[in-house]
Ligand binder design. Structure first.
Ligand code: GLA
Length: 737
């Protein structure tokens, strides 16, 4: 059998071309050099269709073979990757191999985010498949990044015929495994509690996850892991799959009648009926795939590097982000210019580097029922033009930034009065309101143009160095009255393209502005958004203890630099929980660090702590953002303490973070073991002056102090030393941690 192999440093992906022209998936896993077509087994199995060309041979069936891009309607009755109908309503495709070629460099996708790399760092494989009856061509694209062990996939569907056809489903990838028992790790959640890890067995039948909310959603993140039954944090086989797309999606895993497993992901096939006129193309968004034999940590490290260096772009991609203060939880919409300046003044004194002015600065926006869509500065509220407040903040030595929510409109706004037809409302039906707002039809260029122009007029009017781009409701009532619009089966996809177009324009026009993504916190936290915004507000839940869980789940697929995380007030506004300011800072430092409270309301002692935290963050940021991140606990299993650490690439330095989660009388002692250190090195802990053997920190760990009260936090900075180990000193000689 003719085979095509893709090799990375440690993995191989192999495809075969069958005698009947089917494209088969032969292998994906640790690196191999041999022809894997021997895995194919042929049996006559009842009710599994056979290709006509096979004649009497009933052992060949696409229902049983591992298919590289399975079609609906050719005898494969498992979940299809692609389904097309023609104008007469006839469904199905039978895609056969035509040709393939290798190209230097990594492909891009028009209008969509994609992994990028230098020409020398990546290759592209293109495989052409064709269906003779419908004259439909599928161009399968593979990007290979050998050093990172990443393979990306994307598909272009083209109508080569003379009549319109309709795509009902077009996955970005499909992967068949002929054997293996797997667990699926997925990340579910809700507003203010995103990306909770759940590990479930892959069962017979079809398990499906996704979003029909218009955004990738708080409820299911488009990042999944498929792991062996024994795969742990430290070891074992694991596949990661990250969708570079921020809208409706579906991820499916199916275990079939002979225990084979199929996984696939793509744009959601509901509300999707994509009309392709003759010659037209549909671009399926990209999925990044990786395999690691080094367990969940191994796969996370691959995705951290991939997103940080080959997805995020712009000036702030790898740079330290300014320590910011966001006024949202300090004032909500109840502020004026004076109040903001008073907050800024205190922030500047303590070392904060940027003031982000959140919701409420524009139109008549004093509550969430009004003003969205009216992107002109409320000068009466601010006490002058935006430039004045920005200049004053600059004069304090801080940068200035702004919140926007371009995709939305309130009925109580000038924009809605002028253009009610721009909002999604189905004629004759009252629309579902959500946070009192409606969604603008971003699938239409004129709507994006108008909003972009009005927002850029504001940005141009002042020295703006940061934008927080929000999106605060899910989408329904999809209808547009804009002239000439025909095909509603495209609209949810084109909406996302409109959002990307807006963001691309923002990036191009303002290359020096740091853009932070947001959707009610982390409701659109995906690799697609990270192509345009190098960080995303991780959650509207700023409670340090809840954040530990949210940030733990987020860390599986996304780097620390992508996680917007702030110290907020105590008691916390979402939970009412009280925590020390030190604990809040330790948790927020596992991200792009900032504050979200009125620092004037702190005690002098707390203000001193804030000053020190900012200095510490500046000292540690390189280790935090560029070091390797290790999860040291699982919030579902470890109820006593949470812990994580950052280790520099050369293993000469580490920052261990510990938070106590409970308190007991006469408590047993918890020990936290580090990971990622060199067992042969010795490390001095800056906080207690002790010198530890690396292997002691790895295999025994450090005891956690038993002190009264819960939610205490410790940061231990270990630096390589040649001094002899002192951690064996007598108890009476040891200083406290
Ligand atoms: C969303 C964001 C918050 C804040 C508000 C403003 O909920 O996640 O951080 O910006 O909107 O309305």
């Amino acid at each position: 059998m003719k085979t095509i192999s893709l090799h990375t440093k440690n993995t191989t992906y192999q495809i075969g071309i069958s005698e009947y022209g089917y494209l088969l998936h032969l292998y994906y896993g640790p690196k191999i050099e041999c022809d894997m077509s021997y895995i194919l087994q042929y049996f006559d199995r009842g009710f599994s269709g056979n290709p006509y060309e096979a004649g009497e041979d009933r052992t060949v069936s696409p229902d049983l073979l591992p298919m590289e891009y399975p079609c609906y309607g050719n005898g494969d009755f498992r979940s299809p990757a692609v389904n097309v109908r023609n104008k007469q309503g006839v469904y199905g495709l039978d895609l056969k191999y035509k040709s393939h070629r290798f190209l230097e460099g990594k492909y891009g996708i028009p209008g969509l985010p994609a992994v990028y790399a230098d020409k020398k760092e990546a290759q592209t494989l293109e495989i052409v498949l064709e269906d003779a009856a419908f004259e439909v061509k599928a161009l399968l694209k593979y990007g290979v990044l050998p050093d990172l062990d990443v393979i990306t996939r994307s598909v272009v569907i083209q109508n080569k015929g003379s009549e319109e056809v309709f795509i009902g489903k077009a996955c970005s990838f499909s992967l068949d495994f002929v054997s293996g028992e797997f667990d699926l790790l997925h990340f579910y959640g809700r507003h203010a509690m995103e990306r909770n890890l759940e590990r479930i067995p892959v069962i017979h039948g079809n398990q499906s996850f996704g979003s029909r909310r218009g955004a990738s959603s708080h409820q299911h993140n488009p990042f999944f892991l498929l792991a062996g039954k024994n795969t742990s944090e430290e070891a074992g086989a694991c596949y990661g799959m990250s969708f570079l797309y921020s809208g409706n999606f579906r991820f499916e895993v199916e275990k079939d009648q002979i225990h084979q497993t199929r996984v696939q992901m793509g744009v959601l096939d509901e509300m999707f009926d994509y009309a392709l006129a003759p010659g037209e193309k549909y671009y399926a968004p990209e999925v990044a795939l990786a395999f690691s034999a080094d367990g969940l940590t191994g796969i996370s490290h691959i995705f951290h590097k991939l997103i940080r260096h080959h997805v995020c772009r712009g000036k702030y991609k790898t740079a330290r982000r300014p320590v910011l203060l966001n006024n949202w939880e300090a004032t909500y919409m109840n502020f004026d210019g004076e109040k903001i300046l008073a907050i800024a003044e205190q922030a500047a004194k303590l070392g904060v580097e940027m003031l982000a002015l959140d919701d409420g600065w524009f139109g008549n926006r004093d509550c969430d029922a009004q003003g969205l869509g009216d992107w002109h500065v409320n000068e009466a509220k601010l006490g002058g033009p935006l430039s004045e407040i920005a200049d004053k903040i600059n004069a304090m030595g801080m940068k200035f930034g702004l919140w926007i929510e371009p995709e939305m409109v309130n009925e109580d706004s000038r924009l809605y009065q002028k253009h009610p037809e721009w909002a999604y409302v189905i004629p004759g039906r009252k629309p579902a309101r959500c946070r009192n707002q409606l969604v603008l039809d971003f699938s239409k260029k004129e709507v994006v143009d108008y909003i972009f122009d009005s927002i850029s007029r504001v940005i141009d009017s002042a020295h703006v160095e940061y934008i927080k781009m929000d999106m605060n409701r899910s989408i329904c009532d999809v209808y547009t009255a804009v002239e000439g619009y025909q095909n509603y089966g495209k609209i949810m996809y084109e909406y996302v393209l409109g959002v990307y177009d807006f963001l691309e324009r923002l990036n191009r026009r303002y290359p020096d502005i740091l853009i932070e993504g947001c959707s009610g916190g982390g409701g659109r936290f995906d690799a697609g958004m990270l192509y345009y915004t190098p960080q995303i507000w991780c959650s509207d839940d700023t409670d340090a203890i809840e954040r530990i869980r949210i940030q733990h789940g987020t860390s599986f697929g996304y780097p620390i630099s992508a996680v917007g995380s702030h110290v907020s007030a105590s008691p916390n506004h979402q939970t009412g929980r009280r925590t020390e300011i030190h604990t809040r800072a330790v948790v927020a430092m596992a991200g792009s660090f900032g504050y979200e409270l009125d620092l004037n309301l702190l005690t002098d002692e707390e203000k001193g702590a804030v000053k020190k935290q900012i200095q510490d963050y500046k000292r540690y940021w390189n280790l935090i953002q560029n070091g390797a991140y290790y999860r040291l606990h699982n919030p579902d299993e470890d109820k006593e303490v949470a812990a994580w650490c950052f280790v520099s690439e050369d293993q000469s330095e580490a920052l261990l973070n510990i938070v106590s989660l409970t308190v007991h009388a006469n408590a047993p002692v918890s020990y936290v073991k580090c990971r990622g250190l060199d067992p042969k090195k010795r490390y001095c802990c800056e906080e207690n002056g002790r010198v530890y053997d690396g292997n002691a920190l790895l295999y025994m760990g450090v005891p956690v102090e038993t002190v009264p009260g819960e939610y205490h936090a410790w940061q231990m900075h270990f630096v390589e030393t040649i001094q002899p180990a002192t951690a064996h000193l007598l108890r009476s000689q040891q200083p406290a941690v």
